[in-house]
Design a protein around this ligand. Structure first.
Ligand SMILES: NC(=O)c1ccc[n+]([C@@H]2O[C@H](COP(=O)([O-])OP(=O)(O)OC[C@H]3O[C@@H](n4cnc5c(N)ncnc54)[C@H](O)[C@@H]3O)[C@@H](O)[C@H]2O)c1
Length: 334
């Protein structure tokens, strides 16, 4: 079984380069969303614990099965631990044979950013040039990079309640050729924005963005409200926007639309990708992508990284699944 560590992911990406990697990943996610009906889907299994959530995210089609283990503990940084950490597995559907086990903390940030940028490619104005971040924690720079390959960005505006997180963001962003503007609050940050990414972490109903703050039509990429009792967008803003989600069944439980009545319906992103619904900020006004992360995006990044690892012979083969001459003689191993 192939095992990939953090160093392996770094090697794969440095070999291919950020731009090519993100573009391949966006294409892979798009391809998988286009084949929506081929997947066996279910909302993730969430164990709500003190201070956070631990989730399992399974999905399969006739070829491959994948799952991710991921947590979300917003207070972890106080103990110098990450809010989100993940591992994942890819298996052959027809036999159940595991193919790969991998780190997925980096892969989650990469796939979330690629997924956000992919949605924005369809839904945001083509000439979007000002991108705002509210929350500059672990996900933020990944998000910037993915967006930078889709849009001709001129300015990044950003705000975080933690000044250390803002300094970290500024330091990491210095390597890219883009104007960055630190803001004194969220109101200031959203000014002139064409795209707003909210990526805050707090296990409560937050109102990071209100209807009153949105002065012109924008694309809102809300990724931080992803758990029951954990939202970022004021109900009135959800109500007044055109809402797009990944998987309605799961978004109703975990997304910002958990604030809406149970019969609330909205567009699912696969309908947009498959051309069944045409939506864009320029014709439909403010669009909210109420993204909570869906297992299909993990499936996409896992199958891509598996192919790239095999091509470059990266990773370690580990003896995790028995190889036996007589498959009924498991006892022979002891
Ligand atoms: N939708 C998805 O697919 C997906 C994937 C990964 C992470 N997430 C979610 O995205 C969020 C961010 O993840 P992360 O790994 O960057 O977490 P993180 O803890 O590293 O960063 C979150 C940042 O939000 C800031 N913050 C909290 N409340 C704020 C407020 N009111 N205003 C401004 N800033 C505020 C914190 O200070 C922190 O710097 C989390 O809620 C996580 O669960 C979603």
């Amino acid at each position: 079984m192939l095992v990939l560590e953090i160093e392996d992911i770094r090697e794969i990406i440095s070999k291919i380069g950020y731009e090519k990697f993100y573009k391949k990943l966006i294409k892979t996610i798009e391809e998988d969303y286009s084949n929506w009906n081929d997947f066996n889907k279910c909302p993730r299994v969430a164990n709500h614990v003190n201070g956070g959530v631990i989730e399992l995210m399974p999905i399969n089609n006739s070829k491959l099965y994948s799952f991710k283990y991921v947590n979300g503990h917003p207070k972890n940084p106080e103990q110098n631990k990450m809010t989100v950490m993940a591992t994942g597995q890819l298996s052959i559907t027809s036999t159940g044979q595991p193919l790969m086990f991998t780190e997925m903390t980096l892969l989650t940030a990469l796939r979330t950013a690629a997924n956000s940028a992919m949605a924005a490619k369809y839904l945001a104005k083509k000439d979007s040039s000002v991108l705002t971040f509210i929350g500059t924690g672990a996900q933020s720079e990944f998000q910037y990079l993915a967006f930078s390959y889709i849009f001709n960005l001129k300015e990044i505006r950003y705000y975080d309640i933690d000044s250390k997180a803002m300094k970290k963001f500024a330091k990491n962003m210095a390597q890219f050729n883009i104007k960055i503007t630190p803001c004194k609050n969220s109101y200031d940050a959203v000014e002139r924005a064409d795209i707003i990414t909210t990526c805050t972490a707090d296990k409560r109903y937050q109102t990071i963005l209100t209807k009153e703050m949105i002065k012109k039509d924008v694309f809102i990429n809300a990724i931080g409200g992803d758990c029951p009792g954990k939202t970022e967008i004021e109900k009135e803003l959800v109500e007044s926007s055109t809402v797009v989600v990944e998987y309605l069944e799961q978004a109703k439980i975990e997304g910002d639309i958990q604030q809406m009545p149970t019969d609330f319906t909205c567009t699912q992103i696969h309908e947009v990708i498959r051309g069944e619904k045409k939506l864009n900020v320029s014709t439909h006004g403010t669009i909210l992508f109420d993204s909570i992360g869906f297992a299909l995006e993990d499936y996409s990044v896992l199958r891509l990284i598996y192919d790239l690892a095999k091509k470059s012979n990266i990773g370690t083969r580990m003896n995790l699944i028995p190889k036996l001459d007589d498959v009924k003689n498991l006892f022979s191993l002891l």
